[in-house]
Design a protein around this ligand. Structure first.
Ligand code: HAM
Length: 374
């Protein structure tokens, strides 16, 4: 949740996100608050408020959480969505753009995804925007558009390029595009980013017509698109936002970031028959027999304090039932402590994949497991 004014200034008044999709309400102190529709504006606010930009630059941050947009729900489009995001603030070096994009691409690859593409463009700098906007407004004025679209062309002409209606798209074939009107510095910046992505072996397609739903973007802007999702194909996106920090009351610092849509990334995995989980939750499962229960509980505490993810069988289950629990737990190692082991201060550590069992002194269990675990 955030202060409404911050989100309006950050995301942009004329965007759909602000004008149609925010959950805004007044609190008891008569303040206007909004369930956050995205994370970047809030991260900037936090950087400014806590002076995180006063140390070494760039500041690199990540976040994950719930975001809220009052969109019409459909497959892959939710009113409560989840994002994972990264932001790097304080450098306009093209190497930072390439780093952020490569991390994003590696993230999708690490899930095993292959059916996505990275679309890339440059939206230029604030100096490029004015003359380009004039060109676009002039072009749009010559088209046959309805009143609402004319109004949109007046408020935010770029957004008209994103109009999905075929009768509008047909008229936009010759529209001037920002990529063709970059200043020399922005053109060089963009070509450096592309060269670094090539060197990192990150494939991309230029999409000169890309329009993002948030207004803060400048220069490098990108989207990851998956074809297996239907209409809601964007599984992540991001870009530079060189004026955002100053606009929100901070220093004149540039930045770049990326937001991964967790819900849609899961759908993409599903579409490709991939299972991103289950992530192994346990390293070891302890099965105590008879009188060994108290000692097992102490061992569990000792292991947890040493950072080993541990669970144990409770109640007085017989060995067979407890081993079934061990199997279901998914832990790669099981420790069995029988009464005779206890007398000898020993336990049996069983590797679940090979079935191999080793007798280990109880005092050495932590050390022994630390050696075994990755
Ligand atoms: P965004 O493109 O608006 O960017 O959202 C990022 C991702 O969140 C989208 O690609 C999509 O996967 C997911 N997403 C958005 N809306 C929905 C929805 N209604 N249902 C399900 N998933 C959704 C941002 O939010 C920027 N803050 C990203 C960024 C970070 N740019 C720079 N830094």
């Amino acid at each position: 949740m955030g202060e409404t004014g911050l989100l309006v200034r950050g995301v942009g008044e004329s965007t759909d996100v602000v004008s149609k999709e925010m959950y805004t309400f007044t609190d008891r102190g008569n303040r206007s608050l909004t369930l956050r529709p995205e994370g970047t504006a809030g991260v900037m606010r936090s950087v400014i408020e806590h002076g995180l930009d006063r140390g070494q630059l760039p500041v690199k941050l990540w976040y994950r959480g719930q975001f809220f947009r009052a969109e019409r729900p459909q497959h892959g489009r939710y009113r409560q969505l989840q994002q994972f995001g990264i932001e790097a603030i304080g450098s306009d070096d093209p190497a930072l753009d390439a780093e952020v994009i490569t991390i994003a691409d590696d993230g999708y690859r690490s899930l095993g995804l292959t059916g996505y593409r990275l679309e890339l463009t440059s939206l230029g700098c604030s100096k490029d925007r004015g003359p380009y906007r004039d060109l676009l407004v002039e072009f749009l004025a010559g088209l046959d558009l309805d009143e609402a679209t004319r109004e949109r062309a007046r408020l935010n002409p770029l957004r008209v390029l994103d109009d999905k209606r075929p009768e509008v798209q047909a008229q936009l074939t010759d529209a001037p595009l920002m990529m063709d009107h970059l200043c020399a510095e922005c053109a060089e910046h963009f070509s450096d980013v592309c060269a670094l992505l090539d060197a990192n072996d990150v494939g991309y397609l230029l999409n000169k017509r890309m329009v993002r739903g948030l207004d803060y973007y400048t220069r490098t802007t990108f989207e990851f698109v998956h074809d297996g999702l239907g209409a809601q194909s964007g599984i992540g996106g991001g870009g530079r936002y060189d004026g955002l920090m100053a606009q929100l009351g901070g220093q004149e610092l540039s930045g770049i970031g990326f937001g991964l849509g967790i819900d849609r990334t899961f759908l993409a995995c599903q579409a490709e028959g991939l299972s991103p989980g289950p992530v192994r939750a346990l390293d070891v499962y302890i099965v105590p027999l008879g009188e060994a229960r108290t000692r097992a509980a102490l061992l569990a505490t000792e292991l947890r304090r040493a950072g080993v993810r541990t669970d144990l069988a409770f109640g007085s289950r017989a060995l067979k039932g407890a081993m079934k629990g061990a199997d279901r737990s998914g832990a790669p190692y099981v420790i069995v402590i029988g009464e005779r082991d206890l007398e000898a201060d020993l336990c049996q550590i069983k590797a679940m994949d090979s079935g191999e069992q080793t007798a280990v002194p109880l005092k050495d269990v932590v050390h022994h497991l630390k050696e075994l675990l990755p």
